[in-house]
Ligand binder design. Structure first.
Ligand SMILES: CCCC(=O)SCCNC(=O)CCNC(=O)[C@H](O)C(C)(C)COP(=O)(O)OP(=O)(O)OC[C@H]1O[C@@H](n2cnc3c(N)ncnc32)[C@H](O)[C@@H]1OP(=O)(O)O
Length: 316
């Protein structure tokens, strides 16, 4: 029998409190897993062996994926492997998954900037790892692992921007397409070099590229392994803006300022906006409408809504 304490005049057993706490922790963990499954594409029913590929990726260490969550609700996700032009090692792929999990539960989050260190974005997957994993089983598992992670990144309820400095090649080009927007610095390039490597994109980049620039342009960019400069990207609708600065600090500051135009306001409302737009993009009409209704219900009569009704702002 546990010790008795009093709360609101009622005796409560410490053991019971511990059991309640344990139950609620389990519930949170369960909800997290369900949320991740919902946002992911592949599980064992698709022949995907997550534990196997995680063990394999662990064998290719180097670099890191850093996340800083700023007080204004903007997260900065940084690829950090300057020795290899920010190429993705195995452990960076694993870390990306962990950071995405962290971002999925960031209640105060509103926006995300994805960038690289050393004035460049990312030169794709680490060719040393690619070579060692060139068998079909590893290739397919790695492909499904990255599609799961990048799909979850794309579906985060945060407005996301890829800040492209220097080069975004191969898997790096694919990563830019997971973001809602791309901003490019002068002299930077996005290039799907896969054809030159005897490949096609496998991290979901081809599918997302078609959604962004349309079928014809996507076909040209992939089949010609075309180097897309900031002007070309603007023309194609692949980039929103060419920034003025080309250095790391200046361009990050510009990206923050650009993003802040869209992240002003309460996190609950910004996240709701991203959710309804994601539903509209991804779901068939009726399912999207039902999701919109549910998301609407989550903000209707909420604090931001009630405050606005009191303030009665004029939208001149
Ligand atoms: C499904 C995923 C598909 C993919 O992502 S496949 C990979 C696609 N990416 C590539 O093929 C990039 C190959 N690298 C290059 O073209 C050039 O290195 C690049 C990025 C244009 C930079 O050229 P430079 O400025 O002349 O610099 P550099 O060649 O001396 O590179 C500096 C060091 O970085 C290394 N590096 C760059 N990208 C890499 C990668 N993806 N994997 C492994 N190592 C990579 C490069 O080997 C060099 O290292 P080191 O100094 O020779 O030890």
């Amino acid at each position: 029998m546990g010790a008795l304490v009093h709360r609101n005049g009622l005796p409560i057993c410490i053991k019971e409190m511990a059991a309640d706490l344990w139950k609620s922790l389990l519930q949170t963990a369960k909800e997290k897993i369900i949320q991740q499954r919902r946002a992911s594409l592949y599980d064992c029913a698709h022949g995907y062996q997550e534990e196997l590929i995680k063990k394999k990726l662990q064998q290719f260490p180097g670099g890191s994926i850093n996340l800083s969550k700023e007080g204004n609700g903007i997260g900065i996700l940084t690829l950090n492997n300057p020795r290899l032009m920010n190429a993705f090692t195995g452990t960076m792929m694993l870390e990306l998954q962990e950071r995405v999990t962290e971002l999925e539960t960031w209640k105060e989050g509103k926006g995300l900037i994805v960038c690289g260190v050393g004035n460049t974005f990312c030169s794709g997957s680490d060719l040393n790892a690619v070579k060692a994993m060139s068998n079909s089983e590893d290739g397919m598992n790695m492909c499904m692992f990255m599609q799961n992670t990048l799909t979850r990144l794309m579906r985060l309820p945060l407005i996301s921007v890829a800040l492209v400095q220097g080069k975004a090649l191969g898997g790096g080009a694919e990563l830019t397409t997971t973001c809602d927007f791309r901003l490019m610095t002068p002299g930077s390039e996005i290039r799907f070099v896969h054809k030159q490597m005897g490949l096609v994109p496998g991290w979901g980049g081809a599918t997302r590229l078609v959604q962004i620039v349309g079928h014809g342009a996507a076909l040209q960019l992939l089949s010609g392994a075309v180097k897309v400069d900031p002007e070309g990207a603007l023309r194609l609708g692949l980039s929103e803006k060419t920034l003025v600065s080309s250095d790391e600090t200046g361009s990050l500051e510009e990206a923050r300022a650009w993003l802040s135009l869209y992240t002003e306001g309460p996190a609950s409302v910004i996240q709701a906006v991203k959710k309804v737009v994601t539903a509209g993009k991804e779901l068939p009409l009726e399912a999207a409408l039902r999701t919109e209704k549910d998301v609407f219900g989550s903000v209707w009569g909420g604090p931001a809504n009630l405050q606005a009704l009191v303030r009665r702002p004029k939208h001149k």
